[in-house]
Design a protein around this ligand. Structure first.
Ligand code: SAM
Length: 168
């Protein structure tokens, strides 16, 4: 059963610019823009397309997404977006690069999310020991509802009866 999440107003200024409350998401999958466009306070570069967002959004109507693992923080866009879309109990985001994303740190501080949106930088998802430690401490009950994989842009997995089902 879907978790009763608060009503959301998605304001699409264009297929590349989404506003939710006071937060903007600039969507692109173009390599040059991915690198050139920077996140800043309440404005995030999001490495996704509008149809990808529509598909994720549809999950709000059918699933209860309370705990999320997002692999690949990049410039913070997906971690901020999933927080806005699902208001998760916990979202853990993992990134290979060591440098924290200032805009995401600001978003966490401004919205009092320190215990719910937890980024791990300098963490390689192929490092089984590191990932095992993070998962054991953040999700001791092994109850992640949604996993998003950095390598396949847009690859999402839903937890279903002891196996993860690709949904996109
Ligand atoms: C496509 S970007 C993620 C985009 C982001 N999720 C979004 O929607 O805006 C992929 C990210 O994965 C990171 N990455 C690549 N290999 C990784 C690995 N082995 N472990 C963790 N993160 C990795 C890259 O540094 C990059 O920031």
């Amino acid at each position: 059963m879907p978790h009763p999440v608060t009503p959301l107003v998605l304001d699409w200024a264009s297929d590349h610019l989404l506003r939710i409350d006071d937060v903007e998401f600039y969507l692109t999958v173009g390599l040059d823009e991915l690198h050139a466009h920077e996140s800043r306070t309440n404005h995030f570069l999001l490495g996704k397309t509008r149809p990808m967002i529509d598909a994720v959004l549809a999950l709000r109507d059918t699933e209860s997404i309370r705990r999320i693992l997002d692999v690949g923080i990049f410039k913070g866009g997906s971690a901020a977006l999933y927080t806005k879309l699902f208001a998760p109990e916990k979202l853990v985001a993992v990134e290979y690069l060591p440098q924290p994303v200032a805009a995401l740190a600001q978003f966490i501080a401004d919205n009092d999310l320190a215990s719910r949106l937890i980024p791990y930088y300098g963490t390689d998802q192929s490092n089984a020991q590191a990932m095992g430690r993070i998962l054991a401490s953040e999700f001791p009950d092994r109850n992640i509802d949604l996993i998003v994989d950095a390598f396949d842009i847009g690859r999402h997995y839903l937890w279903r009866d002891r196996w993860f089902k690709p949904i996109m």
